[in-house]
Design a protein around this ligand. Structure first.
Ligand code: SAM
Ligand code: SF4
Length: 465
């Protein structure tokens, strides 16, 4: 029997890339590849890239410089190392990657990674293989299901892509060009994936999509299902105790989604709803297709059905034409909403997007200064949100042993990490925890209830096992 070949995969960027990387591992497992953590003993290295901001794509080229040396060293030791570039930089730059980094063997766009085995064979015979088309077939139909052991090794929380691509064309964003038009997977396929995950120990599912709440998949009855209806159906699957979804667009908040938050205890009360700016003038220049007032109305609709709901968001500072008064409007919106967490970025011009052609750019110094002011405000809100948990009892879904011996770590409904001293038996369970203190972003506490009756009582010896 041939020894397995080793695959090292490095992912940059969003949750969808993390998920795509797992599906590439699953696809290549069928070709005899097993994962390795080290580049040095890898037969195949895949960089799963992100093109969303300039820094993210430039990182790829510096990593490719290091890989060229590793490939050279492998060849000197008599080993053949292949290098593949996947993801959004692959899609956006195609052949340019090979021109700048000739050590690369395969370039594969995000819609074609089910063709990886064939591309590797093609590179073996022709030296190179590039595929950046948007193929007519849906890659999900061709991807093998993950193996049981792979699911178990990945833990109790899993991502499932339900929607891909985007038709919104915000003027700053590359996603519509790198991921293509918006498509939704059929309901039946998603149910099948989630059942398989649940049967193998997964307890929490995060549905992902570039515009996840624009989901409109074909239902088993032939009608089109919105995200809320899909969530209702997934909440019925045995073993699934928590549901999340990301990333949403404010324009696509519909009645079905609000009803899902009203009706489903498994649907976690944390919504990531990016707004980018608090100025209508900038939102319009960004082509976000909604106003600040409409965004606030969307927030109010969620709050009306779940008082405990919290929000996170994304912000861009220094979009072309952003003046101090626009930025102050962003700070005012953040203050009014009160976020549990938020990501903020300096605007990065992306080649081929309309905003990259806009003339009225903001100076680097102004961008830096605005980013600091925004992040300070967000940090204060996040700290206040975390501090408010001290002294309360919250449900925690336990995920794994923590680095500190004897501690088990899980997440609250709001994704805050929470640590307790306990037996590893609680991994995969939701248990009430009394929160005693906060250490940076982590909550520390104690289990409130004794172990459930079906479990053996904790003994001195298995505590912290
Ligand atoms: N679909 C989501 C939405 O509509 O908000 C966002 C997806 S994008 C992958 C994630 C975040 O990256 C965006 O919300 C935005 O804040 C940021 N981003 C996208 N393009 C950017 C750019 N050119 N410069 C800086 N940040 C950018
Ligand atoms: Fe990009 Fe999101 Fe706008 Fe689509 S909706 S173009 S993914 S920022």
């Amino acid at each position: 029997m041939k020894p397995p070949r080793k695959l090292h995969i490095k992912s940059y960027g969003c949750q969808m890339n993390v998920y795509d990387a797992q599906r590439m591992v699953d696809t290549l497992a069928g070709e005899g590849f097993i994962e390795t953590k080290s580049v040095d003993d890898a037969d195949l290295v895949i960089l799963n890239t992100c093109h969303i901001r300039e820094k993210a794509s430039e990182k790829v080229y510096s990593e490719l410089g290091r890989l060229r040396v590793a490939k050279h060293d492998a060849a000197r030791a008599g080993r053949d190392m292949r290098i593949a570039v996947a993801g959004c930089v692959a899609q956006a730059e195609g052949e340019e990657i090979i021109r700048r980094a000739p050590a690369v063997d395969v370039v594969v766009g995000p819609q074609s990674y089910h063709h990886l085995p064939e591309l590797l064979k093609r590179a073996g015979t022709h030296g190179r293989a590039i595929e950046t088309e948007f193929p007519a077939e849906d890659k999900f139909t061709f991807l093998p299901q993950p193996r049981r052991e792979a699911i178990r090794a990945r833990g109790i929380s899993a991502f499932v892509t339900v929607q891909e691509g985007c038709d919104k064309f915000c003027t700053f964003c590359v996603v519509p060009y790198t991921r293509g038009a918006e498509v939704s997977r059929p309901v039946a396929r998603i149910i099948e994936d989630v059942k398989q995950l649940a049967d193998n120990g997964v307890r929490e599912i995060t549905l992902i999509g570039q515009n996840v709440n624009a989901y409109h998949g074909e239902g088993p009855d032939g009608s089109t299902w919105p995200l809320g209806k899909l969530l209702h159906r997934l909440a019925e699957i045995r073993g699934i105790v928590r549901l999340r979804y990301s990333t949403s667009h404010p324009r696509d908040v519909d009645d079905s989604l609000i009803e899902a938050h009203r009706d489903l205890p498994a649907l976690m009360p944390l919504v990531h709803l990016p707004v980018q700016s608090g100025s209508d003038r900038i939102l319009s220049a960004m082509n976000r297709k909604h106003t600040v007032a409409e965004y606030r109305k969307a927030i109010d609709r969620f709050r009306a059905v779940r008082q405990d709901i919290a929000f996170s968001s994304d912000f861009i500072v220094g979009f072309p034409g952003e003046r101090e008064e626009d930025f102050l409007a962003t700070l005012a919106l953040v203050t009014q909403i009160g976020y549990a967490a938020a990501y903020s970025f300096k605007y990065s011009p992306r080649p081929g997007t309309p905003a990259a052609e806009m003339q009225e750019t903001v100076s680097a110094a102004d961008m830096d200064e605005r980013l600091v002011r925004l992040q300070e405000l967000i940090d204060r809100q996040q700290s206040a949100f975390n501090v408010a948990a001290i002294g309360t009892t919250v449900d925690v879904l336990f995920e794994r042993a923590a680095r500190n011996v004897g501690q088990i770590v899980g997440r609250t409904a709001y994704l805050q990490p929470a640590h307790v001293m306990a037996s590893s038996d609680i991994i995969g369970e939701v248990r009430p925890v009394r929160i005693d203190s906060l250490e940076r972003y982590s909550l520390l506490g104690e289990l409130v209830s004794p172990a459930p009756a079906i479990r053996p009582a904790l003994s001195e010896t298995n505590i912290g096992a």
